[in-house]
Design a protein around this ligand. Structure first.
Ligand code: DP6
Length: 360
């Protein structure tokens, strides 16, 4: 499959005006995507849990324009308030995807969006936000092109979302999504995310992710800059190989449910991601003292109890605490007693794996 498969045939039906709405979740990578090339193509394959409670809801209103105008017409509202500062990002996204959705110039758009998590929580909204817009636009296309299969719809939605933000392509389906070619994963592609195609052990059913909000400010390093740092990075080649090997090692773990090896891979991935930032030019420390406090306490807890709790990190200071559903009560108790005071204003979000986006 190539990009060309996503250029549509002439549309069969006309669409004048209307609205579409989708809810799309965030996701948390177990093997990280960090480094890209070309047009948003990943340097290594990644795999993530799709989340459930952290999502973006987006409604897209569209109306056919009567005159031909070369500029796009978009208004973006976040929580009911016009956010002109976000509009250039959407315009750039439209520019990138216009080849695949040739109708974009023909309409005026109003986009209303809201996140289930606070904007300032430090949780990236690009994965849920970009996937939700991609889904709305593709739904428009499906109305003009009836008969589009579910499989094609999901692939193209993921393909378009990827052009908005790489990790967004892993938010269409769930609970486990792979993005990027990997020799041992059938159907894996650099162009879009696919639902993990093999049976998964029941230990991973409804896996829990409690997100501890350590630092809620603006991101210190934007993901665009972060990915760029991998271009001349002295350890880039080894990192991409490590990610590939970690994904290979994860495959039997997902099948057999060995949580000890799962922990080893997932925590090593999180620390390797941060190691890349510590050793790039310029270099960054994205963890905060409280991030390290939390990690140490998770390690102590795991040693003392026979627990399978572990952590992962994004490109920031927040900690995702991952654990099997059967430990839910005990770990939430531990978090409330021992970890919550390392969070800004004691805030954390209880989440778990989910099945992906839904049309509203
Ligand atoms: C650290 O998807 O935010 O979360 O493609 O530039 O939009 P862009 O980057 P983005 O990068 C996410 C990186 C990560 C790891 C991951 O989710 O795999």
């Amino acid at each position: 499959m190539t990009e060309l498969s996503f250029i549509p045939e002439p549309y069969l039906k006309k669409l004048d005006k209307g609205s579409v709405a989708w809810r799309s979740p965030s996701n948390i990578a177990l093997v990280k995507y960090w480094g890209k090339y070309g047009e948003q193509l990943p340097k290594n394959a990644s795999i993530s849990f799709t989340l459930s409670n952290c999502y973006t809801k987006t409604t897209l209103w569209f109306e056919k324009r009567t005159t031909e105008v070369s500029e796009y017409e978009i208004e973006l509202y976040l929580d009911g308030k016009r956010e002109e500062s976000f509009e250039p990002k959407i315009l750039k996204f439209f520019e990138r995807i216009k080849r695949y959705l040739p109708f974009l110039h023909d309409y005026r758009f109003r986009i209303k969006t809201s996140n289930s998590f606070p904007h300032s929580s430090g949780i990236a909204s690009s994965a849920s936000g970009m996937s939700a817009i991609a889904l709305c636009l593709l739904k428009m296309e499906r109305e003009m092109q009836p008969g589009m299969t579910e499989e094609y719809f999901n692939e193209k939605a993921s393909f378009l979302a990827r052009l908005g933000s790489g990790s967004a392509c892993r938010s269409i389906e769930g609970p486990l999504v792979v993005w990027g070619e990997h020799p041992e994963i059938e159907g894996s592609s650099n162009l879009f995310g696919i639902k993990f195609p093999y049976a998964v052990h029941e230990n991973f059913r409804n896996y829990q992710d409690t997100i501890l909000l350590v630092d809620k400010g603006e991101k210190q390093v934007s993901s665009t800059l972060g990915h760029d740092l991998m271009h001349d990075h002295p350890f880039a080649k080894q990192r991409f190989e490590q990610a590939k090997d970690n994904l290979s090692r994860l495959l039997p773990v997902l099948k057999d449910g060995d949580l000890s090896i799962f922990i080893e891979i997932v925590e090593s991935e999180a620390l390797s991601l941060h190691a890349m930032m510590l050793t790039s030019t310029p270099y960054f420390i994205l963890m905060k003292p409280n991030t390290l406090e939390i990690i140490n306490r998770i390690w102590n807890y795991r040693k003392e109890k026979t627990s399978k709790v572990c952590f992962t990190l994004d490109a920031g200071a927040n900690v995702h605490v991952l654990y099997p559903e059967i430990e839910k009560e005990a770990i939430l108790d531990f978090i409330k007693k021992e970890l919550v005071h390392f969070c800004k204003n004691g805030e954390f979000i209880e989440d778990h794996t989910g099945l992906g986006s839904i049309e509203l």
